[in-house]
Design a protein around this ligand. Sequence first.
Ligand code: PGA
Length: 250
Amino acid sequence: MRRPVIAGNWKMFKTIPETRAFFSSFLPLVSAVSHCEIVVAPPFTALAAASASVSGARVAISAQDVYWEKEGAFTGEVSIPMLIDVGCTYTIIGHSERRQFFGETDESVNQKVRAALAGQLQPIVCVGETLAERDAGKAADVVRRQVRQGLGRLTESDLSPIIVAYEPVWAIGTGRTATPETAAEMHGEIRRTIGEIWGSKAASEMRILYGGSVKPNNIQELMRREDIDGALVGGASLDPASFAAIVKYL
Ligand code: PGA
């Protein structure tokens, strides 16, 4: 049984007062939820305020990125111990916006994943093809490569804290959700790839989230698919009522 996860990725939105206001509206709406794990990923500057706001609630806090060194002369970067210090239990790694705009590669994703595991931070590893790659018939190849390389050099026992998020780049922030069929097909590819490398037990236990224009009106259909274990939600996670509606997809 894979426990579903609904995660919100705030990207570069919300100040500290906005973060506090979000949680004071959101937490009462989800206080009775026990069917899924809830994760929220605010920007670095709001992580401490977010952790304080969710204290005692069943909501985990995630960073949106991390650097693999513990400390040092790496201007602008934030380390795993620093994230743990402000109450994070998760970090997103390899989001397509990091890959597209900030030079993230499969190799840097792999270094971050390995460091996060060593530092007891749970990675949410993002994969997904661009529209050009899909149109060229390469979607499955690209995602399989991202999984193989991003999770490279890990053993089967390393995999259990990891969550994979399939986020087709053409569906992010565009309002163009992948159909449940397309999403499920790609989730199947990812699960098969994990099975080929680490065996069927690892594949059947891996939680794979879908991301890309998830909204209150499409979550239920996505969650009905056997291989879709939850969602990574961008835009619709910024509003307490819409994110709560997604969390309560049942
Ligand atoms: P979106 O973003 O829901 O706004 O499409 C998803 C994501 O980038 O994680």
